[in-house]
Design a protein. Structure first.
Length: 667
């Protein structure tokens, strides 16, 4: 019997519409769900949703069950039969996810009267008993099932019933059709509506496009893409720079805010309160007389220039992501048109943003719970819709944890109802439960604590939580190695090897990772000791870089991104397992490949200053390798090949020469 989703037979009453009655079976332990179905699980198109459940009933009767599935755009329910696994006492079925959007699923189960009859009949025949009455009872069960069937299915059941009643045939001939696997499965799939137990509530799944799960992000400021020092870059300059980004192997190019920048209290270099006439200010101080969130900074060009930038990115197979920052400069049109959308102080002035002791005099936070809330929320949503109209389908959302969660739940659902392919990345570095809540309520991806996880035990603990707990069902972590706001001490003090270590870790621990421009030339100077802010931060000034500067790691970035694209083992999240390294300075983990692929073993020296050596313990059982077998490993970073044997194998990593091995198993 096919396991493809089948439509519920026309004319039958959906289980959800039946009157309440005592359940015939007990359904529990449904997976996958998030908070018992309160929030959707997440998958990507082309994947299979494996649904499982514990289904039991009194007595010894057999049961049948199915997953009821309503995919994006489906007008009604379809179903997939569930299979029973005796050792685990679990039922399961695979639902193919064929379209992007939001789907729903639940489980129905019922007593399998015909299956029970068939099983008992075989036992009676084996015991030599008279089964004439049982044959007639079986024919009656088939008649009842045929009445609920249509087309050829009905004919098959009717013929089997007739044969059971045909006393002229030998016993084997009378029972052969009815006891066939096809007839048993068909009869089991046609229950009496009154005997079906349906699990409530329905669970949901959000099906995203592949780029939601697997992508390499690159963040760049368009205004810094000119090649002449001191000149403000334009969209045309940024479009020319896209070739380099594409050559490095990135999938997404992310732009900080491109809108007009406020003039009032504009910040100078290094967040200075003193601003010169040529200082461009912070792009996050959005809005001036040239417009707000649906306008572009004139120094960058026009909206038509931006459209050409998007078109060039598309030609290079790059996705454009825009920063979505719901805050305003004092000069934003909303301040004049809707002063009630902001926090008005006792003296009538509008409160600027603060995160004590930090002050942001150039930014007004929005009062999302103002009296005119509905109009404000619609205006915020319409900003997203505007940029979707200009070819942007990915948004990096600035500090979403400082805005109402109810806003995001409504806005994301509303946008994705019309544009299910849109991706929202939550830039929230906050308490763990807040970050989890943002992921549950609709954000496609989330920033993580990866930047601050630099030791072996920290990485093992954190990645195990992300990939081996229920977080894997809803939280897609995007491992940015650095951001304009975050230059970790590890990069400040570790030199070029530290950048290589973090590159390899980010790109091989997660299918989603990113870097902020400057990483590839190993920029690591803070504004002062103890700070994670960059000196001469690009947030406040134009930076023109020499991408060919000595010591750059562009070739390494290009190679790592190519390895990610060529190896399916690096394109999933839950196929990660950590294994023993006899040195705390060397991290050892496996990325399991899907069927037909090759597993990868990754070994990383976390110490950017010293040579480290260790014995790593290869998971031979998981790899299907016998303890005495010699096998090959191919280092995809260096091209070298080694012969390994047994569980314990020697590794030596000198950060001056190489910081890691990415080893593909060769049998």
């Amino acid at each position: 019997m096919s396991t493809r989703p089948r439509a519920v037979a026309p004319g039958r009453r959906p289980a959800a519409d039946r009157a309440e009655r005592p359940p015939r079976v007990h359904i529990d332990g449904i997976t996958p769900t998030v908070d018992a179905g309160r929030w959707p699980v997440k998958r990507v198109v082309g994947e299979v949703l494996r649904v499982g459940a514990d289904i039991v009933k009194d007595g010894h009767d057999l049961m049948a069950a199915r997953v009821c599935w309503r995919g994006p755009g489906d007008g009604g329910w379809r179903w997939v039969p569930m299979a029973y696994d005796d050792p685990s006492d679990r039922w399961s079925a695979d639902v193919p996810l064929e379209r992007v959007g939001r789907g729903a699923f639940t489980i129905e189960a019922w007593p399998d009267h015909f299956g029970t009859w068939a099983s008992d009949l075989e036992k009676r025949i084996a015991a030599g008993q008279d089964v004439e009455l049982e044959l007639l009872e079986g024919a009656g069960l088939l008649d009842a099932a045929a009445a609920r069937a249509r087309g050829e299915d009905r004919s098959v059941l009717e013929r089997a019933a007739q044969q059971l009643r045909n006393g002229k045939l030998a016993l084997a001939g009378r029972t052969a059709p009815a006891l066939s696997a096809a007839v048993r499965a068909l009869a089991a799939s046609l229950p009496d509506d009154d005997e079906i137990t349906r699990y409530a509530p329905e669970a949901a799944v959000v099906v995203d496009r592949e780029l939601a799960r697997t992508a390499a992000w690159y963040e760049m400021f368009p205004r810094s893409q000119a090649t002449e020092p001191g000149r403000h870059g334009t969209f045309a300059d940024a479009a020319r720079a896209l070739g380099r980004v594409a050559d490095l192997g990135f999938d997404v190019v992310y732009l900080p805010p491109i809108h007009p920048i406020g003039r009032t209290h504009r910040k100078g270099p290094n967040n200075s309160l003193v601003c010169g006439p040529d200082d461009p200010g912070s792009p996050w101080a959005i809005g001036n007389e040239d417009g707000g969130h649906t306008a572009v900074e004139p120094a960058l060009g026009t909206l038509a220039d931006f459209d050409r930038f998007v078109a060039e990115a598309r030609r290079l197979n790059l996705e454009v992501a825009l920063d979505y920052a719901l805050q305003c400069s004092p000069d934003h049109p909303w301040v004049k048109e809707h002063p009630d959308w902001f926090f008005v102080r006792a003296d009538g002035s509008i409160r600027y943003a603060e995160n004590p002791p930090k002050k942001y005099q150039d930014i007004y936070p929005v009062n999302f719970w103002c009296a005119d809330r509905e109009a404000l929320w619609r205006a915020c949503r319409d900003v997203v819709l505007f940029w979707i109209g200009h070819g942007v389908h990915t948004f990096r959302v600035d500090n979403p944890h400082t805005k109402p969660f109810a806003l995001w739940e409504w806005l994301i659902a509303d946008v994705k109802a019309a544009h299910p392919d849109v991706i929202f990345l939550a830039e929230a570095f906050t308490r763990p439960k807040r970050m989890k809540a943002l992921a549950k309520l609709g954000f496609t991806q989330n920033y993580t604590y990866f930047t601050w996880r630099n030791t072996s035990w920290e990485l093992r603990e954190y990645l195990t939580e992300l990939t081996q707990t229920d977080m894997a069902e809803y939280f897609r972590g995007n491992f940015f190695a650095n951001t304009p706001d975050i230059l970790h001490e590890y990069l400040q003090t570790g030199g070029r090897p530290a950048f290589l270590v973090r590159l390899v870790l980010a790109a091989t621990l997660s299918p989603l990772y990113g870097m902020y421009s400057g990483f590839e030339v190993c920029e690591g100077t803070p504004v002062r000791f103890g700070s994670e802010e960059y000196r001469d931060s690009e947030k406040y000034q134009v930076r023109v870089r020499d991408w060919d500067a000595p010591g750059n790691i562009a070739a390494d970035v290009r190679l790592v991104n190519r390895i990610r694209r060529e190896n399916p083992a690096l394109q999933g999240a839950t196929n990660l397992s950590f294994h023993t390294s006899e040195s705390e300075h060397i991290l050892f983990y496996r990325r399991a490949a899907p069927p037909g692929g090759s597993d990868l073993l990754v070994v990383v020296n976390l110490d950017p200053h010293h040579v480290q050596e260790t014995m790593v313990h290869v998971p031979l059982d998981a790899l299907g390798i016998s303890p005495h077998e010699t096998f090959g490993v191919h280092d995809l970073l260096s091209g070298e090949r080694y012969r390994w044997s047994g569980v314990r194998n020697y590794v030596r990593l000198d950060p001056a020469a190489r910081v890691a091995h990415v080893l593909r198993i060769e049998r």
